[in-house]
Ligand binder design. Structure first.
Ligand SMILES: [Zn+2]
Length: 472
């Protein structure tokens, strides 16, 4: 690697953060904009700022040239002359959600589809203004999606690109199946040159290949995450990984006599047996916290394997294409039919406890939907569902919002620019009708989503993908 490459990487990062204006948007994108003005006052709004601070009632947020200019009590607001003022009494403003496991592909038991059209729209419609793709099955689709969004041609969130998954020989057909450290380095180098900023390892990679890949990514200033199994959490921490996906569900630290570099078949049994407040679990958490390894919660996708959950939502069924809907509902029925022998309720509770313990120990937790599995956790909708599941885990509402916003920005290294409702940051905000602190389900009622201070009509974006999820 030359010094020039490094300088380029550093130069490219802020470009994606430059504010986008209404004037730079295509006709298609403009058709979803409901607040095009560059100076806007959101008056009488409740603010949950994403830092974990208590909610502030009756505030005015002033947006100017794509940034948050001021957040003050409404009675003291100095609204600039010529500003468009929106009276948002009864509404709540939160930071744009930062989706840390937000693929642009989608699966059911019967299909895996790149959602080039519907995913970016649904994310934005749900208040998700930044995503990390966290493993691509069609990386050039994602590279071009990001370019289209950044150029103002397509509505969608800011995208942090992740390259294709790296796994071991015999793994999934959509992944790079890596046998040697040299191969791992070659793949990282290639995709780094193509502009991805994250990499992700999958369940059958070897320690040698993972270690080499991480080292190569770090040389370029890029980051590495994993949905692991063959390499345990503690081993991955030792290899220098930056984040771990899914939390407890993918943690193979507790399998006794584990054959190294192999994904054990009895991992789930070990997770159901280990003492949650015992030394083994504490050792994993301490290793992660001491080495600043963040974790991303994806409760919404695992909940799909929990019999009779989540509650069926009309908006999910409406967004799905008929065949995808049938595939989802049929797998859901099979899960219900096996409810008596399901270990998922217990495993889910343990995963929630692990996330709480991790945060309590000082760990940095982000969250994301992961719109895969049996197909009921849709882009954006599942990010919102995570809010309720984090509350169920025992997090306070303001803490859950922080996990979904500022913590993600911190993991991505963009927390100086976005992630909280703070003067000086980019105006990425979700306006919600109602009070999600008192009534969690209202997190679904996003009315306007601001990205770069441009206000998008959330229901209109959502309506534009009806019947499309599962096809395009
Ligand atoms: Zn994933």
């Amino acid at each position: 690697m030359t010094k020039i490459t490094f300088a380029l990487v550093a130069l490219l990062a802020p470009i994606t953060l430059a504010a986008q204006t209404f004037a730079s948007l295509s006709e298609t994108v403009r058709s979803f904009v409901t607040v095009p003005e560059t100076t806007v006052a959101l008056a009488h709004v409740r603010v949950v700022d994403g830092t974990g601070a208590p909610p502030l009632e009756d505030q005015t947020i002033v947006i100017r040239s794509g940034k948050i200019a001021a957040v003050t009590p409404a009675s003291q607001a100095q609204v600039p002359a010529g500003a468009r003022t929106l009276d948002l009494a009864g509404h709540t403003g939160i930071p744009g959600i930062v989706g840390m496991h937000d693929h642009t592909f989608y699966t059911t038991s019967g299909r895996s589809v790149q959602l080039q059209f519907s995913a970016p729209r649904l994310y934005l419609a749900s208040g998700v203004t930044t995503i990390r793709t966290t493993g691509g099955t069609s990386p050039y689709h994602e590279i071009n999606m990001k370019r289209g969004i950044d150029r103002g041609e397509t509505p969608g969130p800011r995208i942090h690109l992740t390259g294709p998954y790296l796994t071991g020989p015999g793994g999934s057909a959509t992944m790079a199946q890596v046998s040697t450290p040299e191969e791992a380095r070659r793949i990282v180098t290639y995709w780094a040159d193509e502009g991805v900023t994250w990499f992700k390892a999958y369940t059958t990679i070897s320690r040698a290949a993972l270690g080499a890949a991480i080292e190569e990514a770090h040389k370029r200033g890029l980051k590495f995450t994993g949905h692991l199994c063959s390499v345990s959490f503690r081993e991955a921490v030792e290899l220098g990984i930056d984040t771990l996906e899914h939390g407890f569900f993918t943690n193979s630290d507790y399998v006794s006599n584990r054959e190294r570099d192999h994904c054990p078949s009895d991992m789930r049994a070990s997770l159901l047996q280990v003492k949650m407040d015992g030394p083994d679990v504490q050792r994993t958490i301490k290793a992660m916290v001491d080495n600043h390894v963040a974790m991303n919660s994806t409760l919404a996708v695992y909940e799909l394997s929990f019999p009779d959950r989540p509650p069926l939502e009309d908006r999910v069924l409406e967004a799905l294409a008929p065949e995808a809907r049938e595939e989802y509902l049929s797998t859901r029925r099979q899960t219900s039919a096996r409810a008596a022998e399901s270990t998922m309720p217990e495993l889910f509770r343990r995963a929630q406890a692990f996330e709480r313990a991790f945060v309590k120990a000082g760990g940095l937790l982000g969250s994301g939907v992961d719109p895969t599995g049996i197909g009921g956790a849709l882009p954006g909708f599942g990010d919102q569902r995570n809010y309720e599941l984090l509350l169920e885990a025992g997090f306070a509402p303001t803490e859950a919002i922080k996990i979904m916003t500022l913590n993600g920005a911190t993991i991505l290294g963009v927390d100086k620019q976005l992630g909280s409702v703070t003067a000086g940051k980019l105006a990425d905000l979700a306006v919600i009708r109602g009070n999600p602190i008192a009534e969690p389900a209202t997190i679904r009622n996003v009315t306007i989503v601001f990205k770069d201070g441009v206000g998008y009509d959330a229901p209109k974006l959502q309506a534009s993908v009806k019947g499309q999820v599962g096809i395009r």
